[in-house]
Design a protein around this ligand. Structure first.
Ligand SMILES: *Cc1c(COP(=O)(O)O)cnc(C)c1O
Length: 338
């Protein structure tokens, strides 16, 4: 089976498992796990932030970020496809008591003008706007990458209006592999960033939230409250270190393979459109409103797994466990499906 459902399906390599077995550990709730501490410091320093906090999932890292930036009754500006709204079990509304205001976007990327328009005036009867959340890369946008100059303009508006700016950087390493920007470029523009090590980077578990010392002090209490205070988590953090050492440079191979898929899909009569591919996500729409589920069942029968992303939409994601031979096989199967 070639599993293209998500870049979360990767399994730790034997070298990564060896690194995990060798990890020095301690009780992380006491702040005594050296491997976790080193990971938090490493990622914070990489992005030019003061502090970091290891989390069991990207969802928790995002939820904690929303929580420390807001009070119940506040409003978060984001795109309607945002992970914090759509894929976190209603957490933004339940954990933080916040409403969300959607801004129109181009595949997840919105402009500073749209943010400005979405900010409520300071009136007792209006919801207090408090946070802007953007995703890089944009999952529902087919792995679309942000223009950093637009983020600069958004940051300026946040500053003027006293809003915090959070980047859901679950796939920020994919974005940087595509643009050549550095972690410090992104760190300088955001108050907090969540970074996933268990997507394209291939660690089994783990995300890190970064920000100021004071924000991360508050974040630790929220993490504990949510049940995310882990103990000898160095076993997991060791895998994340390994991923940063060995799996960053290879992301461009995933992007190259995604582009191969895109090129093939564009030639197939049963595909009506493909979102322009820039990173490791490929989203396409089937022609004539063909339903995604029966198509996926046929594909599954041929040894390829993908997910539905709408009634006629399909998503395929490239990752560590898919090589050139696998992609050739997928392309053959897609061709034979005609
Ligand atoms: C995967 C993902 C997350 C985090 O998901 P978890 O499965 O909770 O780690 C956050 N944001 C985006 C955009 C994602 O794709």
């Amino acid at each position: 089976m070639i599993d293209l459902r998500s870049d979360t399906v990767t399994r730790p390599t034997s070298a990564m498992r060896a690194a995990m077995m060798a990890a020095e550990v301690g009780d992380d709730v006491f702040g005594e796990d050296p491997t976790v501490n080193a990971l938090e410091e490493r990622i914070a320093r990489l992005f030019g932030h003061e502090a970091g906090m290891f989390c069991p999932s990207g969802t928790m890292a995002n939820q904690i970020a929303v929580n420390i930036h807001t009070r119940p009754g506040d409003e978060v500006i984001c795109d309607e496809g945002a992970h914090i709204y759509r894929y976190e079990g209603g957490g933004t509304m339940v954990n933080s008591g916040c409403s969300v205001k959607f801004v129109p976007s181009d595949r997840g990327r919105f402009t500073a003008e749209r943010v400005q328009e979405a900010i409520n005036d300071d009136q007792q009867w209006l919801t207090r706007t408090r946070l802007v959340n953007f995703e890089n890369t944009c999952n529902r946008g087919g792995g679309a990458v942000w223009d950093i100059a637009e983020v600069d303009r958004i940051k300026a508006i946040c500053k003027t209006n006293g809003l915090a700016l959070h980047m859901d950087g679950a796939r920020i390493f994919n974005a940087m592999a595509a643009t050549g920007e550095s972690p410090a470029d992104w760190g300088a523009r955001c108050d907090t960033i969540s970074i996933c090590l268990s997507k394209g980077l291939g660690a089994p578990v783990g995300s890190v939230l970064i920000g100021s010392k004071e924000l991360m002090r508050q974040a630790r209490r929220v993490r504990k409250r949510l049940g995310g205070g882990m103990r000898q988590a160095g076993l997991l953090a060791a895998a994340c270190h390994y991923a940063l050492d060995h799996h960053v440079d290879r992301l461009k191979d995933d992007h190259r393979r995604a582009a191969l898929l895109e090129a093939k899909l564009l030639t197939l009569p049963y595909v009506s459109s493909v979102m322009p591919v820039r990173t490791n996500i490929v989203i396409f729409t089937l022609a004539n409103k063909q339903a995604a589920e029966p198509f996926l069942a046929k594909l599954n029968h041929r040894g390829v797994r993908a997910v539905a992303f709408g009634p006629s939409m399909v998503r395929m994601v490239l990752h560590l466990d898919v090589d050139d031979k696998d992609i050739s096989h997928v392309i053959t199967q897609l061709t034979d499906l005609q």
